[in-house]
Design a protein around this ligand. Structure first.
Ligand code: PEP
Length: 250
């Protein structure tokens, strides 16, 4: 068995109504045995659809997750949901520290780390996002920013079974722009070495996804880069045909 099974995660952001379960149905139909043994697929719909999607996906092996969670188990946090609530719906993973959470809601590395710890507490896999802004890249600080986000947000006790990292350059998200293959290879190689130093052998099991404007047209090139273990996909995960085409790259 491969050390790291490729993983393709769809982040639906604030998109989707109950009728979107039909799109999930088309994904399930297309996720046949020839794809299933090569790549793991996951969909993270808005919180309102997690339960419905978990029921629709039952027995399909498509994993359903959430886009965020509160670090606390329960309490006076109006509007939030906990990792335990996601698990209770049947969810298996949760995205934490997405750049939209960091930018729009001023979420810090420490908060992303606490959320990743909450995910582990609830038995979920945390998909922890890190990535530099365009200004930071242009300043030559991309690697330094990644290092500081890794130190600040990766929890102790991370394993290949409770953590997935997602390198998402902020400027590539939803923009149609992507880094060069050399730039992606540099960052992923750097993260891989960091994980090896911090977690030794177990670090080798932690998957590193690339995210930022992945679509069927560029997936072949991006997913073939060294140390890219899959993709976190926003816009192109909303349509079954596109999302399946990305997964079928494997
Ligand atoms: C994302 O939201 O994590 C993302 C990568 O979005 P997109 O694929 O649309 O750039």
């Amino acid at each position: 068995m491969a050390l790291r099974t490729p993983l393709v995660v769809g982040n639906w952001k604030m998109n989707g109504l109950k009728a979107s379960a039909a799109e999930l149905g088309r994904m399930i139909e297309g996720y046949g045995p020839e794809l299933r043994w090569k790549v793991q697929m996951a969909v993270c719909p808005p919180a309102t659809l997690i339960q419905t999607f978990c029921v629709v996906a039952l027995g399909s092996r498509i994993w359903i997750g959430a886009q965020d969670c509160n670090a606390q188990q329960s309490g006076a946090f109006t509007g939030d949901i906990s990792a335990e609530m996601i698990a209770d719906c049947g969810g298996g993973l949760v995205i934490v520290g997405h750049s939209e959470r960091r930018t729009i809601y001023a979420e810090t590395d420490a908060e992303a780390r606490a959320k990743a710890e909450a995910a582990r507490r609830a038995g979920l896999v945390a998909v922890l996002c890190i990535g530099e802004t365009e200004a930071e890249r242009l300043d030559g600080r991309a690697i330094a920013v990644i290092d500081s986000q890794l130190s600040g947000s990766v929890p102790d006790g991370a394993t290949g079974s409770n953590l997935v990292l997602a390198y998402e350059p902020v400027w590539a998200i939803g923009s149609g722009r992507t880094p060069t293959t050399a730039e992606i290879a540099e960052v992923h190689g750097h993260i891989r070495k960091w994980l090896d130093r911090r977690f030794g052998k177990e670090g080798e099991r932690i998957r590193i996804l690339y995210g930022g404007s992945v679509k069927p047209a560029n997936a072949v090139e991006i997913l073939a880069i060294d140390n890219v273990d899959g993709a976190l996909v926003g816009g192109a995960s909303l349509k079954a045909a596109d999302f399946l085409a990305i997964a079928a790259t494997y």
